[in-house]
Ligand binder design. Structure first.
Ligand code: HEM
Length: 446
């Protein structure tokens, strides 16, 4: 490309044009050039940070990220729907390439994370998904519900008389982790260790660690990989349990080419994170959002039958997965924008979920919204989240217990919410709440 092509038609609207060009030779707008997925407004509120994009430039190339960013509802759904033109193969690729030193650490641990389900192409993906669907059918899921209820009650018991809690540290991280391990059939290990490993995996895959951080992250990810392998070896010795991983090992005996060794090891590690971190963040986001919208909170306290739709509306408004990735396999168009083969896409579901073209008054939290389940937080199409009903069930039970036992709970005022910097997973590191224990309904009406 000789000189920047300044196309006044492509960048309709206010965006000023820079001297930079995208991979197709079109000039890049100032907004697109400034877009930063690891700090600033996108970290605080991705939907708000891309308001300009939804209005003016719904598909743009981000030179800082090296990805094309897609922000409108229709476009994001179109990308999800066609998993041939838009391959999921890069879904778990490292956003920030490792230094050679960090790679050496991973190699020492024999780290070989590969395809799972979420980043597998067709036809293998569908065969595998079908082969492993059984554990997610409603009759199977219902078996986990009493445990979620019991755990929720036990955790709330621990702090109900205290009058204050950090709900993330004291409950919302550990219950989804316990449920995830139970679902997978993995013995409950040291929770703190698994939390550290999970964060490392997220930073390793979706974050932007410095060279120094990369070394610590690589150590933790390497250990996580070995831990997953060790658990798998024990399961292989006795694959008779109820968990999803034992089920997968048994399926491997019939379908060795579909349920491969590489799949089992990669999945064992990836799914611990996919199943628990997502749900922990989604629950923290939901409680924060509802407590910030006191009318909605009071309504679900008065009428718990509103909770399932409230859960869905929170997943739309403040989902825990805010962006996902696809690789363009042939020259194509997304909306009006030509995108070349080989382009990497960051499809920002949080932005799509706030698109006024699909959701009326999208920034309002409306627990009565009738199309709220159209949200894209669980993805869409053939890869749509298999665990969505487990997550929904956990969130519903958390809200049922809190609205019943601590309806007078409120957010500690003026707290600053912090987030782990990364492109895709979003939930506060802490969520401080308080209440007057003398007003606990159980004290007034034991
Ligand atoms: C896939 C989000 C909880 C298991 C996905 C995808 C997203 C997602 C965005 C990719 C979808 C796509 O490419 O179209 C979430 C969120 C959760 C959650 C926001 C919680 C609020 C869970 C849980 C489990 C789980 C609890 C398991 C127990 C999976 C699996 C896939 C997946 C196996 C791969 C499906 C496939 O590629 O066919 N999830 N997830 N997820 N999720 Fe979840």
């Amino acid at each position: 490309q000789s000189s920047p092509a300044r196309c006044p038609f492509h960048h309709s609207g206010e965006g000023t044009i820079t001297d930079q060009v995208d991979p197709t030779g079109r000039a890049i707008s100032a907004n697109a050039a400034a877009f930063d997925a690891f700090e600033g407004p996108y970290q605080v509120d991705p939907a708000e940070a891309l308001r300009w994009s939804r209005a003016q430039e719904p598909v743009f190339f981000s030179p800082k990220l090296g990805y094309w960013v897609v922000s409108r509802y229709e476009d994001v759904r179109t990308v999800f729907r066609d998993n041939i033109t838009f391959s999921p193969s890069i879904a778990l690729e490292k956003m920030t390439p490792n230094s050679p030193e960090a790679n050496a650490i991973l190699a020492r641990y024999g780290y070989a994370m590969n395809r799972t389900l979420v980043n597998e192409d067709e036809p293998v993906h569908m065969e595998r998904r079908r082969a492993l669907m059984h554990s997610f059918v409603p009759d199977e899921l219902i078996r986990h519900e009493p445990m979620v209820r019991r755990l929720t009650r036990e955790y709330v018991d621990r702090f109900i008389d205290k009058g204050e809690a950090d709900l993330v540290d004291e409950m919302l991280w550990e219950i989804p982790l316990t449920v995830a391990l139970h679902f997978l059939g993995v013995p409950e290990e040291d929770m703190a260790k698994l939390r550290e490993y999970s964060i490392a995996h997220t930073v390793n895959t979706w974050g932007k660690p410095t060279r120094e951080q990369q070394l610590a992250v690589a150590e933790a990810v390497g250990k996580f990989w070995q831990f997953a392998g060790g658990v798998l070896d024990k399961m292989r010795a006795d694959p008779s349990g109820h968990g999803w991983m034992q089920y997968a090992i048994r399926r491997q005996m019939d379908l060795p080419d579909v349920v491969t060794d590489s799949y089992l090891h990669s999945m064992m590690m990836a799914i611990i994170v996919a199943a628990h971190e997502t749900t922990a963040h989604a629950s923290a986001n939901a409680l924060r959002l509802l407590l910030q919208n006191r009318d909605a909170w009071d309504e679900i306290c008065a009428n718990p039958s509103l909770i399932p739709n409230a859960v869905e509306e929170c997943l739309r408004h403040a989902g825990s997965v805010v962006a996902w990735r696809r690789l363009v396999t042939a020259d194509t168009r997304i909306g009006d924008v030509a995108v070349p083969q080989g382009a990497k896409l960051l499809i920002v579901t949080a932005s799509a979920n706030h698109d006024e073209r699909h959701f009326e008054n999208p920034d309002d939290l409306d627990i009565y919204r009738d199309n709220t389940t159209d949200h894209l937080t669980f993805g869409y199409g053939s890869h749509q989240c298999m665990g969505k009903n487990i997550a929904r069930m956990e969130m519903r039970i958390f809200l049922e217990e809190f609205t019943k036992r601590l309806p007078h709970m409120e957010l500690v005022p003026d707290q600053t919410f912090t987030y782990l910097p990364n492109t895709s997973f979003r939930g506060p590191d802490h969520l401080y709440v308080r209440w007057d224990p003398d007003r606990n309904p159980e004290r007034r009406d034991p």
